[in-house]
Design a protein around this ligand. Structure first.
Ligand code: URA
Length: 256
């Protein structure tokens, strides 16, 4: 692993400045193998340059590198979650600053509303969307009709879709026909397909939470930068991979 050379700073000093404790504690973190530089376990005396090097302590990256931006957008309906739409429809990146170039993290359908992270941080985006880190996403779904206990139980336990059975989800009916659904997978049109599969198609879908991030004040079409604390909290949320769920045996009958 290459050092940042004489231009870099001693790793322990960088850690101490990032608030990880006194010099001795930071020495112990490095000696104990808790610290990685550019993905490799660091050794004592390592020098780093945060403009170029990524430093992680127990999987959580320290500092926010210059040039990286993180926006929280409340996506309105009628906007595509892409940087460029061949059909010329409005895109989410047109709703945030154009420089530096950014991309959406994951996907909300054209008609889905709610919170979306837009960034130029490829590493965080990868972790946020990769199923092995699968963070919770909470939706409010207005469905046609009011699901009964069996339908709710199926949604919670897993629904057979054409791309496999969904993982267990948290589902509650906050008012007749209004479901709060929390999933950690990110399959295409997953919530809509789950509700459709149990006989209650979605009429309106809004994402209210992405892992630790929520914002009740952000109006549709508005965005704001994430705070450094929010970025750190997000990184902490995706610092470790999720234990894969124990696969459930296939269901026999197609209950409703
Ligand atoms: N599930 C869906 O069905 N649509 C979305 O946009 C997000 C989750």
């Amino acid at each position: 692993m290459a050092d940042a050379g004489e231009s870099g700073e001693r790793l322990q000093k960088v850690l101490a400045r990032a608030g990880l404790g006194g010099r001795r504690h930071c020495d112990a973190l490095v000696a104990g193998g808790h610290v990685k530089v550019n993905g490799t376990v660091a050794r004592p005396g390592h020098r780093v340059d945060l403009d170029h090097d990524t430093v992680e302590v127990d999987g959580v990256r320290i500092g926010v590198q210059p040039g990286l931006v993180y926006y929280l957008l409340n996506k309105p309906a009628g906007v595509v979650t892409t940087a460029d739409d061949p059909q010329g429809r409005p895109t989410v990146v047109e709703l945030v600053p154009t420089e530096p170039r950014v991309f959406p993290v994951g996907r909300l359908d054209y008609d889905t509303e709610g919170l979306l992270i837009v960034t130029n941080d490829g590493e965080l985006a990868h972790r946020l969307t990769h199923p092995s880190f699968g963070i919770d996403k909470e939706y409010l779904a207005t469905v046609e009709g009011a699901p009964g206990r069996q339908a709710l139980r199926r949604l919670r336990e897993g629904v057979e879709l054409d791309d496999g059975t969904t993982a267990p989800a948290q589902v509650s009916q906050v008012a007749p026909g209004l479901l709060r659904i929390t999933i950690h997978e990110g399959r295409n049109r997953q919530v809509r397909r789950m509700c459709e599969a149990v006989g209650f198609p979605v009429a309106r879908l809004v994402r209210h939470r992405i892992g630790p991030l929520t914002d009740r004040k952000l109006r549709p079409g508005e965005w704001r930068p994430l705070t450094i604390d929010e970025v750190r909290t997000l990184e902490r949320a995706v610092a470790t991979e999720r234990t894969p769920p124990v696969p459930k045996p296939p269901k026999r009958a197609n209950r409703r």
